[in-house]
Design a binder for this molecule. Structure first.
Ligand code: F6P
Length: 324
């Protein structure tokens, strides 16, 4: 193996740069030439790639975003487009490929692994933590901490003004961020895509909570079934007359920022392991973490299945709300 290409694709996540750094440094350690592909699969199609040096990954372990850039390349679903991309890799004498991203990225990688004749390894990089085959995705821990910091600040003003805040967090299909942010911030309620919401119960809960506390934090996952924080306020406000209900959509602040120590370490271990797996002749695998160990799952399985949050946390949240 003489040349390994790497790319980041889909929604960026804090720790992607730490993973890029680990892949490049491990390649150089083994005298392999790392080839950076810009803007995800789009760069593969446009042959936008370059040889990476030590200096390219200096001082990036602590930075958010991705120095390679990212995109969601819908044209990659098209076989002819993939053939152009594969030809570009072959023309550049690439012997192995590492992709960092989420669901969509692995769908492309899984097809490439069978079509291409060049081995592919995937690293889970998404703030959503919804990838099957890993306890943690790169970026989730940082995003969760960003969310908690924001909620703590909103809690201060909510309590000063006796307001009910509906705070919308990311997670189009998964409630990991919402559910765990609710537990960690002491929120009064949470709505996640995995659960059918009971609005009457939510209203009762707000009324009960506010007998003593007179302010509430309700965490709303972007993909929950009522349509998000603003929609939700429209639906419950007729039942909560006299209450001051406010929406806050945290948005893309959740995807940026310096990665936590946890994400930096996870990304460094996974990135380096990806190169080791390619050197070992492996193909079509995604690296995951289980406890303190790194494990592998086939990309095919990682695409078919999804991780869902532990719904027992909802019961835990309920216990934390008991007031006497
Ligand atoms: O990367 C995952 C994610 O952050 C989801 O939680 C969110 O729904 C989506 O990306 C937003 O994507 P975009 O930035 O492309 O609108």
């Amino acid at each position: 193996m003489k040349k390994i290409a790497l790319l980041t694709s889909g929604g960026d996540s804090p720790g992607m740069n730490a993973a890029i750094r680990a892949i490049v440094k491990t390649c150089l350690y083994y005298n392999i030439i790392p080839i950076g592909i810009r803007h995800g699969y789009k760069g593969m199609v446009q042959a936008d790639m370059f040889e990476m040096k030590y200096s390219d990954v200096d001082n990036i372990i602590h930075t958010g975003g991705t120095i390679l850039g990212s995109s969601r390349c819908l044209e990659f679903k098209n076989k002819e487009t993939r053939c152009i991309a594969i030809k570009n890799l072959l023309d550049n004498c690439v012997d192995g490929l590492v992709v960092i991203g989420g669901d969509g990225t692995f769908t492309g990688a899984s097809i490439l692994a069978s079509e291409m004749g060049i081995p592919v390894i995937g690293l889970p990089g998404t703030i959503d933590n919804d990838i099957y085959g890993t306890d943690h995705t790169i970026g989730y821990d940082t995003a969760l901490n960003t969310v908690i910091e924001a909620i703590d600040k909103i809690r201060d003003t909510a309590s000063s003004h006796h307001r009910i805040f509906f705070i919308e967090v990311m997670g189009r299909h998964a409630g990991f961020i919402a559910l765990n942010a609710a537990v960690a911030s002491g929120a009064e309620s949470v709505l996640i895509p995995e659960e059918i919401p009971d609005l009457n119960q939510l209203v009762l809960q707000i009324q009960n909570q506010n007998k003593g506390k007179r302010s509430s934090i309700i965490i709303v996952a972007e993909g929950e079934q009522e349509g998000g924080s603003i929609e939700l306020i429209n639906k419950v406000s007729p039942m909560l007359e006299g209450y001051d209900l406010r929406p806050t959509v945290l948005g893309h602040i959740q995807r940026g920022g310096s990665p936590s120590a946890f994400d930096r370490i996870l990304a460094t271990r996974m990135g380096s392991f990806a190169v080791d797996l390619l050197l070992d002749g492996q193909n079509g695998l995604m690296i995951g973490s289980e406890g303190d160990k790194l494990i592998t799952t086939s990309l095919e399985t990682a695409v078919k299945l999804h991780n869902t949050p532990d719904l027992d946390r909802l019961k835990l949240l309920k216990k934390m709300l008991t007031r006497h």
